[in-house]
Design a protein around this ligand. Structure first.
Ligand code: C2O
Ligand code: CU
Length: 485
């Protein structure tokens, strides 16, 4: 072959490669598009976790299966609340003023306290939030139709509209509520609050919720924040309910006393050991309850990166945040764990070159098992199983993974069984880590499973756990008015 012929051949190859590239880009873009109105459970492939095939999966089939709209809480309420969402200018304890969105004009919204066993009724009213609102009861394993996810379990509540939630407060513990319509934006701007389910037998002493949230780069401890001082008589039992209402992990520390972590994500921990000067890394969306008996000298709660201090007694104690508690071997006793699973799902989080929802920017998108939203595999299960989820993070950023409607029992980190398993609904999966968790499929519905770094979720780090035979009449997409993330 002469030089000419070689040049011509190279030119042809280059042209072909270019065309192939264009075709790939065109395809990738086209694939990434979502319809203006779509059923979020019908977009991606179905993942059966290697378990038995399930009967039918014809979404929305008339006559077949059950609709999420039928999975509602029932009964006569013991307590009733109304929460009104709207624009508000709120002054934080630090003096900072926030132009935000608020429930009842407060950030955080009113602290809802109920008693274990109560049937709770909450009416959400949207005064003037144009994008719509909903309320998700984060960590409460309630009926699916009460889960508050716009486009999945209800339509977003428009301005002037209302929606009534009803659920049984079965498990005592610390929970929170937040909008699940445009959640990355609406939660950041203030549409969240704490929900405390007090135990049937009231416990004496002080009981305080502390929520971490960031406004315009300032890490605040709310609602008291700033430099809060509370006089507490020595010997008084104190329970602090730490809630992370942010998009990233918060490291809390307590100075001046030893303490115990008595509950995580609304589940009591059996036999917690006493700790001193150990920081607690609470993942986004997570809640840790800590308890101590008030000593003679002051006790102070602080969080890394925040200048807010919450002190009990006169003065402040120094808080050492240098050492972190390792929960995997924290307790003296541990529950028995399942060893056989009906299904094992692998959720490998990564990044993949592609487009997102028909946008024009080619970039590294979040992926699960190599798929970009809305093509992420949906986990499909049957009721009455014990299943395992294996989270693998190959993406280079931490992802606090949150499963709706269930608690997950933490089994192993990086392939090593944890010494003392614990239950979570929000689990930090850090870069390079692998976590194995077990769950009982005892709550039929279609449940979100997503990263609680909400901007990640808004960029597609979202999938679902769907029970066979359950379908949703609600739709997502630009024409539907529903945009849960
Ligand atoms: Cu707290 Cu789906 O979220
Ligand atoms: Cu994430």
């Amino acid at each position: 072959m002469g030089v000419r012929a070689l040049q011509a051949a190279l030119a042809v190859v280059a042209a072909l490669a270019f065309v192939a590239g264009l075709v790939w880009v065109g395809r990738a873009w086209n694939d990434s598009r979502v319809p203006a109105r779509y059923d979020a459970t019908a977009r991606g492939p179905v993942d059966l976790g290697g378990g038995a095939p399930l009967h039918h999966h014809d979404h929305g089939a008339p006559g077949g299966g059950v609709s999420v709209a039928a999975l509602r809480g029932r009964g006569t309420p013991d307590v009733r609340f109304t929460l009104t969402a709207g624009h508000a200018t709120v002054r934080l304890p630090s003096g900072q003023t926030v132009d935000g969105l608020a429930f009842d004009g407060r950030i955080p919204g009113p602290e809802l306290r109920v008693r274990q066993g109560d049937l709770v009724e909450v009416t959400l009213v949207n005064r003037d939030v144009r994008e719509g609102v909903s309320i998700h009861w984060h960590g409460v394993d309630l009926p699916n139709g009460e889960d508050g996810v716009a486009g999945m379990t209800q339509d977003a509540v428009p301005v002037g509209g209302r929606f009534t939630y009803r659920f049984l407060a079965e498990d005592a513990g610390t929970y929170w509520y937040h909008s699940h319509q445009h959640s990355a934006d609406e939660v950041r701007r203030g549409l969240f609050g704490a929900l405390v389910v007090e135990p049937r037998e009231p416990s004496p002493g002080e009981d305080v919720v502390v929520a971490a949230h960031t406004f315009g780069g300032t890490h605040a401890l709310l609602p008291s924040g700033g430099r809060m001082h509370r006089r507490v008589a020595p010997g008084t039992p104190v329970r602090l309910r730490l809630l992370n209402a942010d998009d990233h992990v918060h490291e809390f520390g307590l100075g001046g006393t030893s303490f115990r972590v008595v509950a995580i994500d609304g589940r009591e921990l059996e036999a917690p050991a006493a700790l001193r000067a150990q920081a607690l890394a609470v993942p986004a969306g997570g809640r840790y309850d800590i308890a101590f008996a008030m000593p003679r000298l002051p006790v102070t709660l602080a969080a890394k990166g925040s200048s807010d201090r919450i002190s009990f007694g006169r003065g402040n104690a120094t808080v050492d945040l240098s050492r972190q508690l390792d929960l995997t071997s924290y307790r003296a006793r541990a529950p028995a764990v399942p060893t056989r699973f009906d299904r094992t799902f692998r959720i490998e989080i990564g990044r993949k070159l592609g487009f997102f929802h028909g946008g024009v920017k080619l970039g590294r998108q979040w992926s699960i098992n190599g798929k970009i939203h809305p093509h992420m595999p949906m986990l499909v299960v049957a009721e009455g199983e014990v299943d395992r989820i294996v989270y693998v993070n190959r993406s280079g950023s931490p992802h606090p993974m949150h499963l709706h409607g269930h608690h997950m029992l933490v089994l192993a980190r990086n392939g090593t069984p944890v010494r003392t398993p614990w239950l979570v609904d929000s689990l930090d999966v850090r870069p390079g880590e692998r976590w194995d968790v077990a769950l009982r499929t005892d709550n039929p519905g279609i449940w979100m499973l997503h990263c609680h770094n909400l901007p990640h979720a808004a960029k597609g780090l979202v999938t679902h756990l769907a029970y066979e035979g359950v379908h949703t009449p609600y739709r997502m997409g630009s024409a539907s008015g529903n945009e849960p993330e």
